[in-house]
Write a protein that binds this ligand. Sequence first.
Ligand code: PMP
Ligand code: GLN
Length: 382
Amino acid sequence: LLGEDGQLGVTIFEEMTSLAVRHGAINLGQGFPDEDGPAEMAEAARSAILSGANQYAPGQGIPRLREAVAAHQARFYGIDLDPWKQAIVTTGATEGIAAAVLALAGPGDDVLTFEPFYDSYGAMIALAGARHVTVPLHAPAFQPDLAELEAAFTPSTRVVVVNNPHNPTGAVFGREVLARVVELAAQHDAVIVTDEVYEHLVFGEPHVPVATLPGAAERTLTISSAGKTFSFTGWKVGWVTGPEELVARVRTIKQFLTYSSGTPFQEAVAMGLGFPDEFFRGIAASLRAKRDILAEGLRAAGLEVFVPEGTYFITTDTRALGIENALDLARRLPELVGVAAIPVSVFCQPEGAERTRSLLRFAFCKKEPLLAEAASRLALLA
Ligand code: PMP
Ligand code: GLN
């Protein structure tokens, strides 16, 4: 949690976004779209505000959104949830992650994640006072080695955090990997917390929620959010679903983190979750085209590109340009060529940071001409 100077630091997203702003750079660092989501949803939020949906929502979320979350899980994945007992609305996936980790782990417990890992996992495991054990993902496909996965489990493993599709690498884990996670979690009586915020941002096979694997549902908390699916990252509406007893534990913690989440945005997100299937397919198709433009541009700029199967991030290796330290490069890049990116090492513990030292992540949730412009600026590096 501490920065290089030993003080509480700002996140890498804050650091790189403020560098991008200072130098007028194209911000392919922090992942947020440069176009808002559906106008009907914005209109629904506006009407909700004007019609008086402005006081505290129920702590567990407005009924309409809980029902919409359950209906969405049933429609896409065949998951059957009781919206009253098995779903809770959170202030973004971030609060879902915080509440789940704080509810399930404490001093003396191990929490397992893959590495690199989304930054809030490390922070929350530290706040919970638990030990953070990591399992490396290996380039080029950023999959775990199943023997390393097994070896990471200990009698103290209480929670396994999965993030699929995976930020920052863009990897999508196959059924074999997920099934092994479920098997090992069952053997150790650990809970699986799965962060699936990029569930609709996949470019190959349809998304497979961990909770749909045999033996998983009874020990899995699934987290998602409206930020990525609907391109409203600023609304901060997320949800956690799973067995009643586990959701109740999340609810206990959530009461004291935020108590409840933004009422009018919940109305609008409930509407969005009911959009027809074509809407959800359309998001992936449009992102896929953006991915291909940026991937091509990054390759032309001389970087090694690991083409992602999901998310809106591309990981690259800067060694192809003779650059070993991507953190250093990321700090200079906005001024040097007018593009911001995120070094992958910040999503790692020290050993993992060494292994991923030359990796740099670029976000492609931007308009196509901007991606082309970013690519041509980066060509100056070659
Ligand atoms: N998990 C992952 C893997 C993410 O990439 C993000 C945000 N980009 C979040 C959680 C946070 O989601 P939210 O903004 O809904 O809190
Ligand atoms: N999740 C976004 C990313 O990975 C940023 C979220 C944040 O700024 N904390 O870029």
